[in-house]
Ligand binder design. Structure first.
Ligand SMILES: Cc1cc2nc3c(=O)[nH]c(=O)nc-3n(C[C@H](O)[C@H](O)[C@H](O)COP(=O)(O)OP(=O)(O)OC[C@H]3O[C@@H](n4cnc5c(N)ncnc54)[C@H](O)[C@@H]3O)c2cc1C
Length: 327
């Protein structure tokens, strides 16, 4: 029997969806090994009893609430380490995303615990949890078993589905923490939503995906204009190269370390077609690629390939679609 501890990020009166997925997953798996799922929240007065109790509907039985800076990794590591020291939790489980990776790695170092990143499936085996993660460009699954008192599981972003089948309100327990001296070294300067962060690329019928060939962040305007011309359920997506460069939000990333999509139409502009990108979009119904390099790998799995400069082709395509639609 072991309890599972999760961390739940909070912003402007709402809990982060990825974190709620982790609570749902933690509750389901903890039940399979005879344990409970508990959550840690760190923040200010806006983390009210009522708000924290709602985590019960995702399956958390207890919420450990600490006063502290929200959205920074090291203070959360301090809180989780204390809760685990006192509560003897067997597993810490996080949704993916930069903060989950950072907190999970910090906790692994602090507690000398085993950690598995990019987990897509967790299951119970002989009363313990094991984590599964894809390796070798998603062609194989690696299974991690944990030794020692604590195992740390960090999911791929949105790998864990929300489940609101929990019953009742979670018990809220206030925790006093002496933060480590280094935990106060970083300050939160500003929080905000990224452009496009709320776009539902997984549910879109038409995706205009941009890569490094767009040249710069402003190049994404070509993709946005084209998506707008298509209208309906269209959205803009991106490769990892460009989200890493800060040209477009992570939420729009397609591929091995991003999202998997299967829209009716996937239009790839200035994307080479690396295997890590391909695994996230290859099941699209129709793939059109625009690339100036006739030998770009993307043409190998495109239904229609256009060889040429996207700066010339995309505006013309946008105008043609608008004209066709009578706009
Ligand atoms: C562990 C790991 C995980 C990864 N996960 C992902 C992932 O989830 N998603 C992902 O996308 N990548 C991922 N990558 C990165 C991946 O390997 C590639 O580096 C990335 O997909 C390349 O992005 P890109 O196609 O935008 O850039 P590039 O490979 O640089 O391609 C740019 C393309 O634009 C074309 N081009 C340039 N100018 C123009 C123009 N004016 N007109 C038309 N075409 C033009 C070029 O010919 C080129 O083909 C991962 C890598 C690793 C190692």
């Amino acid at each position: 029997m072991a309890d599972v501890l999760t961390y739940v990020l909070h912003y402007e009166g709402a809990f982060n969806k990825n974190s709620l997925g982790a609570v749902s997953e933690g509750a389901a798996r903890a039940a399979e090994i005879g344990g409970e799922c508990h959550a840690v929240v760190v923040g200010g007065d806006d983390l009210t009893d009522e708000l924290c109790q709602t985590l019960g509907s995702y399956g958390a039985t207890k919420v450990f609430r600490a006063k502290g800076p929200e959205g920074l990794a090291q203070p959360v590591v301090d809180v989780m380490a204390k809760v685990i020291d006192e509560g003897g939790h067997g597993y810490a489980l996080f949704g993916g995303g930069l903060l989950g990776f950072e907190i999970g790695a910090g906790l692994a170092a602090r507690k000398q615990a085993g950690v598995t990143m990019e987990v897509v499936n967790v299951r119970a085996e002989d009363g313990k949890l094991v984590a599964e993660r894809p390796i070798l460009q998603d062609s194989k699954i690696s299974v991690s078993h944990y030794q020692g008192d604590l195992g740390i599981i960090i999911g791929r972003i949105n790998a864990f589905e929300l489940n609101q089948s929990g019953s009742g309100a979670a018990e809220v327990v206030d925790v006093d923490v002496d933060y480590s001296p280094w935990s106060n070294q970083a300050k939160m300067v500003k929080r905000g939503e990224q452009r496009g962060a709320d776009v539902d690329i997984e549910g879109a019928d038409i995706l205009v995906a941009g890569g490094r060939g767009l040249g710069k962040a402003e190049g994404f305007e070509l993709a946005e204009q084209l998506a707008k011309a298509f209208g309906g359920n269209s959205a803009v997506a991106a490769t990892r190269a460009v989200v890493d460069a800060g040209w477009y939000p992570y939420a729009a990333q397609i591929g091995q370390t991003g999202k998997t999509v299967s829209p009716k139409l996937y239009l790839a502009a200035g994307i080479s077609g690396a295997i890590q990108h391909k695994v996230g979009m290859q099941s699209s119904e129709n793939i059109i690629a625009i690339n100036k390099d006739a030998n770009a790998p993307i043409f190998e799995f495109s239904d229609l390939g256009i060889v040429g400069d996207l700066n010339k082709i995309m505006p013309k395509l946008t105008e043609a679609i608008k004209a066709k639609k009578g706009g």
